[in-house]
Write a protein that binds this ligand. Sequence first.
Ligand code: FEC
Length: 294
Amino acid sequence: MAYGTPATIDDVETYYTDIRGGRPPSQELLDELTQRYRAIGGRSPLLEITRSQAAGIQERVEGLSSYVGQKHAAPFISEAVARMRDDGIEEAVGLVLAPHYSAMSVGDYERRARSAAEEHGWNGTFTMIDSWHLEERFVALLASRVADALGRLSERARQEAVVVFTAHSLPTSILEHGDPYPEQLQQTADAVAARAGLERWQIGWQSAGRTTVPWIGPDLLDILVELAAKGVPGVAVCPCGFVADHLEVLYDVDIEAKALAFDLEIEMERTESPNDDPRFLEMLAGVVVRAFER
Ligand code: FEC
């Protein structure tokens, strides 16, 4: 399961309305989001990458059929579950293509899958995978990507560079119920830092929604301002809460954060996304197999 993306620029309004729980966005919000999609070339590669990740996991697990279901665009999770019923699938595991658990993200995917099962009368066994943020091969892949990103900084900037590990922000209301999301991001960051032998790293949040409620911080943009004020010459951003190239990486990090870093005269590089790297798919195939064995 993955977040989903509008198929074309004309689908942005329907997509945004779905994200907002059925409330259409104002013209101003719609224009602003449309402009972000235009800035990355008119569409996001998220669905293609999600399909390629699903196919890559399927081909690594004997006898496995994979079904792609998205949260906010077709093919929706509900359609995937209906197809599983039609195909006579008796046992399934639910894997979200995002490493960290929050009741508001992974928990929401699970609720959607379970209610679709009820709605479509699918009675198979369903095991949900909550998180896989500390999988050794995931940590190793990120550590090598961080080393690559640091290697792209000039030697001067690299000496005192800080690595910022980011995930999508969520409203602070999740913290009231002891949600593990921030702690899991910190755990991924610490594990990657240990593996890569980092001296300076921190976590940060990105892509907070355009709503009036408070969102978890510090935001990546504020961190850049703070680091520049301290005289830090270089930053490597590792958006480890995401596993594919899409709007939040290609715009929020590559365009918005990079423009700010440029203004602040601080060098900034981003780690390459896992996408369909065979090492990443091998790791996820292992996670899926273990879930079937539970
Ligand atoms: O490439 C693409 O077309 C889609 C990129 C995309 C990903 C993604 C992942 C996550 N989101 C999460 C939480 C929220 C919450 C809200 C929210 C809003 C948006 C909007 C866009 C968007 N998200 Fe997203 N998210 C992506 C795209 N997200 C576009 C709407 C405009 C905006 O606010 O920027 C706020 C909803 C509300 O209005 O109430 C909450 C989380 C993830 C990471 C886990 C996952 O992948 O599911 C958490 C990719």
